[in-house]
Ligand binder design. Sequence first.
Ligand code: ADP
Ligand code: MG
Length: 336
Amino acid sequence: MLIAMGEFDLIARYFKRPVKRAALGVGDDCALLLPKADTHIAISSDMLVQGRHFFADADPRALGHKALAVNLSDLAACGARPLAFTLALALPEVNEPWLAAFSQGLLALADAFECELIGGDTTGGPLNICITVFGEVPLVHGKSLALLRSGAQSGDDLYVSGTLGDARLALDALQGKLTLPAELLAAARQRLEQPSPRVALGLALRGVASAAIDVSDGLLGDLQHILESSAVGATVEADIAASLVAASALFIRATGQLGINLRVQQWRALALAGGDDYELLFTAAPNQRAAVAAAAQASQTAVTRIGRIDETPGLRLTDQHGQQLPNTYASFDHFA
Ligand code: ADP
Ligand code: MG
């Protein structure tokens, strides 16, 4: 139920679209999905709350993109193919330019991943965006190909996709904690506001990775979930992870120095505990190295080996000389 413009006009104008894959989309009491034989439906929800996940003046197009992207990232982490999603929206007012931009950002990403909007709910209230995504994972001989957090084995390699820490760098800059050169801020801000869900990589890693998770809260915190679910430990090469902060690489290349007055520990902290990266963190047996490289190639996604899974429980960090580093990063306040 919503005020003013008419809830149903609003839905019809901005969110109702013809569906091809679902049996029934927006407009009835329920949507209908037609599951394929021998397929699990993977389901995940993520909510974005104003003030907590985004600023009040956030660009609505980017917000539409991000709201779906963070959900698609969960499907990617499970090796699920996007199928459909629902959108539950609380709006403080009916602001048509805002709605138009929001739905454009949202639906452009939905189209890119062939993920159909099939229903939702619309109500008045403080701005709040909750999406539930549905994806498909095949069963082979009755066994699901879903990538889970629980499959890591001692001796496995540990990998991460893409870049780390740039979203956090942008957030810190936007909050006035540091100043970035304009070009660098623009690039980092893109990573914060419009992450690219690693769906193609997740699909390519089915049958290759032993465990996977997407990095939303920070690499070490999310790794901890794999370690707990799999009852193993890990060693992470902190300086390899730190080299994946795109901004740091840019600076080092341009100036031969670390730049923007950040110390080496701060680049490490951005990479290891920054958050909002939406990269895939995964494990695979050493005899799968060629298969991992092939998955990276097939999905055109960079993948870097950043450590290994150990039998000994707990998380160990090493620097570029193999020296052990204290692990203060999970609770590290980068620029305090
Ligand atoms: P009901 O009252 O039966 O729950 P609603 O009146 O809330 O249904 O919604 C009418 C139709 O519009 C439903 O098909 C619902 O899924 C869809 N819908 C409502 N809000 C949204 C939205 N924000 N995005 C997409 N579909 C929506
Ligand atoms: Mg109803």
